[in-house]
Design a protein. Structure first.
Length: 107
């Protein structure tokens, strides 16, 4: 058997390789602002305003019933939920709401 010289063993593809065109440089990325920042900026006037001025406990009860999703079943969590979700800071009302919520859901 004859041995082929090493030059002939090279692939044909090596000879036919075309040079690839120069790649275009990527544009620099801009810093993205968070969605919260954009939302806050667009709704600046409405962002900090508190439109939930309740006149009575019954108004808060209606808001709780209208609120979708589950309601807490433990008193500390319920009071925190009312303070944050309903924006109601009146402690007397929260006590009345807890008693009402307990009776309503048979807790």
């Amino acid at each position: 058997m004859k041995k082929e010289p090493e030059d002939q063993k090279k692939r044909k593809a090596d000879e036919d390789v075309k040079e690839s065109p120069a790649k275009k440089p990527k544009p620099e990325k801009k810093e993205k602002k968070s969605k919260f920042y954009i939302y806050k900026r667009l709704n600046y006037r409405n962002y900090n305003s508190d439109n939930r001025n309740y006149e009575s406990v019954d108004d808060v009860k209606k808001a709780i019933v209208a609120n979708p999703g589950g309601k807490p079943k433990v008193k500390p969590k319920f009071s925190n939920w009312v303070k944050n979700t309903m924006k109601c800071q009146n402690e007397e009302w929260i006590e009345q709401l807890w008693d009402w919520h307990k009776a309503e859901n048979k807790l």
